[in-house]
Design a protein around this ligand. Sequence first.
Ligand SMILES: Nc1ncnc2c1ncn2[C@@H]1O[C@H](COP(=O)(O)OP(=O)(O)O)[C@@H](O)[C@H]1O
Ligand SMILES: [Mg+2]
Length: 248
Amino acid sequence: MTIGNIERLSTGVPGFDRLLEGGIPQGFMVALTGEPGTGKTIFSLHFIAEGLKKGEPCVYVTTEESRDSIIRQAGQFGWDFSSLLEKKLIIIDALMKEKEDQWSLVNVTPEEVVQKIIDAKKVLGYGKGRLVIDSVSTLFLDKPAMARKISYYLKRSLDKWKFTTYVTSQYAVTTSQAFGFGVEHVADGIIRFRRVVKNGRLRKFILIEKMRQTDHDKHVWEVDVEKGKGFVILGKIDEKAEDFRLMK
Ligand SMILES: Nc1ncnc2c1ncn2[C@@H]1O[C@H](COP(=O)(O)OP(=O)(O)O)[C@@H](O)[C@H]1O
Ligand SMILES: [Mg+2]
């Protein structure tokens, strides 16, 4: 979709694109930040499934789950990733290092990640594509002071490869603080994922904190992951004081 000369990519999450004037501007790097279990990976799988549906080349770098786990999770929502491997989709596995295959990472350095992504793009074709790095935090967990520099390096090195990119970023469970604060400064957009327990039940929320060149929605939305469907937007939360406290 193109509005005002900006080409926007559908997120593939039903009801979410309209919060972003139609989708993510092509070429953007968007940070998905939040604690574990808030739906960042599943939100990213929607983005990839949507790209595959449109025949776009897609690269997924997974550092916290194996390639098999990503494929199984996608399968639960009706997306067949395995038949598209090496044709339209390459999943770069940074976890199962002992598995020696072309698309596994050995040292998991920023340079190695960038090189593998470029190699993958060359195999898949030169058109506009989608990239997910899940999670980028792995690249600077032991050196948080380098987060901004590494994020900038990723953005700069991948710039000419025509990706629209999601990078997931972890928040510490204890402090709800991002590791390193690097990605948020470099990213063109920030989508914040959050979870709380309310009345004895786990609830999930999402907020678009930043999206350059976009008159984006500013509300906190309750979301969930549903069996057979994936990520769903349930509704806007009421503006009560207790709700504001959910989002630090
Ligand atoms: N098949 C499924 N049906 C219902 N909910 C699911 C299913 N698979 C995963 N989930 C939900 O999604 C959560 C995992 O989301 P995920 O995207 O992996 O989180 P994150 O990447 O932020 O750590 C699980 O904890 C569960 O609540
Ligand atoms: Mg995840």
